[in-house]
Write a protein that binds this ligand. Structure first.
Ligand code: ZN
Length: 130
C-alpha cells in the first residue's frame, strides 16, 4: 500500500523535527496532499494510526488538506490546474497527464507532493500551543 510508505516518511520527518522541542503531547498533525498524488484519505488515516502507535505522535489528530495541481504544456503553453477529480482513468499506478486544452502530455509542476504543513504541540500542562 503506497499510503503506508508515504505516511511512514512523513512521520519519520515529524519525529526527527520533534527532537528539537520539549512538549507534552502532539495535538494535531496537518498534511497537504497534492491531488495528483492520488493518496486515499482513509488509507492515509489508517497508516497514520498504525504507524504512530508506538511513537510520540500516538493519539494525535490528523488533518488532511488537498492541494490543487499545476501543470505545464509545452505544446500550447497552457499552465494551470488539471481537472482530475473523479476521473477513474487517472487512478492507475503511473497515469499520464494530458493537457486539458490540446491533450498533449504535460509536465507536472505541482500536485504530486505530500508534505507536513503544521504540527500542533501541547507544551505545558495548561495546554499552551506552539
Ligand atoms: Zn496543451
Amino acid at each position: 500500500m503506497h499510503e503506508i510508505s508515504v505516511m511512514g516518511q512523513l512521520i519519520k520527518a515529524i519525529l526527527e523535527k520533534l527532537n528539537e522541542y520539549e512538549f507534552k503531547e502532539v495535538q494535531e498533525v496537518e498534511i497537504s496532499v497534492g491531488e495528483l498524488a492520488f493518496l486515499a484519505e482513509d488509507q492515509l488515516r489508517f497508516a497514520f494510526e498504525v504507524l504512530t502507535e508506538d511513537t510520540a505522535l500516538r493519539g494525535a489528530g490528523l488533518v488532511i488538506k488537498s492541494s490543487k495541481s499545476i501543470v505545464k504544456c509545452e505544446n500550447c503553453r497552457y499552465e494551470g490546474p488539471l481537472n482530475v477529480e473523479d476521473d477513474p482513468k487517472y487512478h492507475i499506478a503511473f497515469p499520464i497527464f494530458a493537457c486539458p486544452k490540446c491533450n498533449s502530455p504535460v509536465e507536472v509542476i505541482k500536485g504530486r507532493e505530500c508534505e507536513v504543513t503544521n504540527v500542533r504541540l501541547t507544551i505545558e500542562q495548561d495546554g499552551k500551543e506552539k
